[in-house]
Design a protein around this ligand. Structure first.
Ligand code: PXG
Length: 468
């Protein structure tokens, strides 16, 4: 009998990984040449690698670990659940206590008028569920022509065929035969990069009106829904001007187009409200969620369905021929219920809104005085630093876009802080449990990272010849 290979050193793990593991969103050849970092442990706001480095997890894993790492109560809840009922499906006239209780718990924190939940294993499946559910809804209420989705450039809605198609990431569309048909594209509300001479408020309205243009070009009678992240996460923490979302809502309502808020990142407290749509001041018809709902302790996602769509489906839809083996997995439901309990017991959404959020925001925004930083923005605990060689013109660095961002990101990891690079920006989304001393450490490290990046940028001549 052969046992599965085990290893106990960085070199051995790297060897096995390089030989057998294909990583998501990675160039395997380049990764293997560089040598992958092995993360072995996590506690609170920190991760630890196999060489003993302690690194502040400024990205909450991958936007997940809202309540911090190593929470015994969540681990115990999952273990207890799996001992009691490891798995059963929710397809064929059965449910289990966790799925019933979690759907009610989510409805209780969801915006008013959103009482139903459909479970998936993650965010991409939630987005694909929206495509099928919304089209089925319109067909069920006698409007089968309403099938088109409007989505934005530089949106991220996941990696499945449907999710990646709704997403507006050109490198993803370049592989694997995407996008699927039936999707039209609208502008993103990215003032820093695209606002030109307009004020953020005017630019927000302009970007919103591009949603109207896209809907009208397709014909409102053919358009099922508009989907957007309240704040674009993977696209670079793009915080829309305050004028944007209310105008998008008005445009969708006037045209009877459903509004879908993709809250896989913004949902469950990241903005200091339970949902990003509440922070941005709009009321969606459907909300997709994942990540923070279980704080990453177990894969679980889903769709919160507003009453209009839910009633249409329930009254007129008949069988909904859609679902995943792990829809409402008992372990995921237990993880989510335990996570929600911690969020409520420790009042973590209010902590993000009134306490650690403002504390970090103030210090983060002060980084804008650094010569490399053009804009330092943050809402709740989700933020970005736009790096630029020339603040007034928001100029780009010479050389390939993204070079400086990657440089800064690598320096940051080395200095003991996880930030993610998107183009030439750095993004941040730390756990809600971050303490004030940890926030101070985060900012001090970020400043060291900026200094070291600036030195390297000058050394490599990336600053741009004509800029001082
Ligand atoms: N919608 C949004 C808004 C997301 O951010 C998904 C859907 C898909 O979720 P799943 O659970 O299927 O991954 C996401 C996921 C990054 C990064 O680099 C972001 C995500 C996933 C992977 C990487 O910022 N977001």
């Amino acid at each position: 009998m052969t046992s599965s290979p085990r290893a106990n050193s960085t070199a051995q793990w790297r060897h096995l990984d390089a030989a057998h593991h294909l990583h998501p969103f990675s160039d395997t050849k380049a990764l293997n040449a560089e040598g992958v970092r092995v993360i072995t442990r996590a506690e609170g706001a920190y991760i630890f690698d196999s060489e003993g480095h302690k690194i502040l997890d400024g990205m909450s894993g991958l936007w997940c670990s809202a309540v911090g790492h190593g929470r015994g109560a969540i681990v115990d809840a999952i273990a207890d659940q799996l001992r009691q009922l490891d798995y059963y499906n929710t397809f064929f006239k059965t449910t289990h206590p966790g799925a019933a209780e979690l759907s009610a718990a989510i409805a209780a924190v969801a915006p008013a008028g959103m009482e139903h939940v459909f479970f998936t294993s993650g965010g991409s499946e939630a987005v694909d569920t929206v495509i099928r559910m919304v089209r089925h809804y319109w067909a069920s209420v006698g409007k089968p022509d309403k099938t088109v989705f409007v989505a934005r450039h530089n949106a991220y809605h996941g990696s499945t065929m449907g999710g990646a198609s709704l997403g507006g990431m050109a490198p993803m569309h370049a592989q694997g035969g995407l996008p699927i048909p039936g999707i039209v594209r609208a502008a993103q509300p990215y003032w820093w990069a695209e606002g030109g001479d307009l004020s953020p408020e005017d630019f927000g309205l302009k970007a919103a009106r591009d949603v109207a243009r896209a809907i009208d070009a397709a014909g409102a009678d053919n358009v099922a829904a508009f989907i957007g992240e309240p704040i674009q996460g993977a696209g670079g923490v793009i915080i829309p001007p305050a004028t944007y979302w209310p105008e998008v809502q008005k445009i969708c309502r006037e045209r009877d187009v459903l509004l879908v808020s993709d809250e896989v990142i913004c949902g469950f407290g990241r903005t200091g409200e339970w949902f990003g749509c509440q922070y941005m001041g709009f009321t969606p018809d459907l909300i997709t969620f994942a990540k923070g709902v279980t704080a990453g302790y177990f894969p679980l996602g889903g769709v919160i369905v507003g009453d209009r769509v839910a009633q249409g489906l329930i009254e007129h839809g008949g069988d909904f021929n859609h679902g995943f083996t792990y829809s409402g997995h008992p372990g995921g439901c237990a993880a989510a219920l335990a996570t929600l309990k911690i969020m409520q017991d420790e009042d973590l959404v209010a902590r993000v809104k009134c306490d650690i959020g403002p504390y970090l925001q103030q210090r983060w925004r002060a980084l804008a005085d650094h010569p490399l930083v053009g804009e330092a923005r943050m809402v709740g605990l989700i933020g970005a630093l736009e790096l630029t060689p020339h603040k007034a013109t928001r100029a780009k660095f010479s050389g390939e876009e993204g070079t400086v961002g990657q440089l800064a990101r690598d320096i940051s990891f080395r200095e003991g802080l996880v930030m993610r690079a998107v183009r030439d920006s750095l993004i941040l989304a730390p756990p809600f449990t971050l303490s004030e001393p940890e926030a101070d450490e985060l900012i001090a490290t970020a400043r060291r990272v900026l200094d070291a990046t600036l030195a390297e940028v000058r050394l490599r001549g990336l600053w741009g010849a004509d800029l001082v």
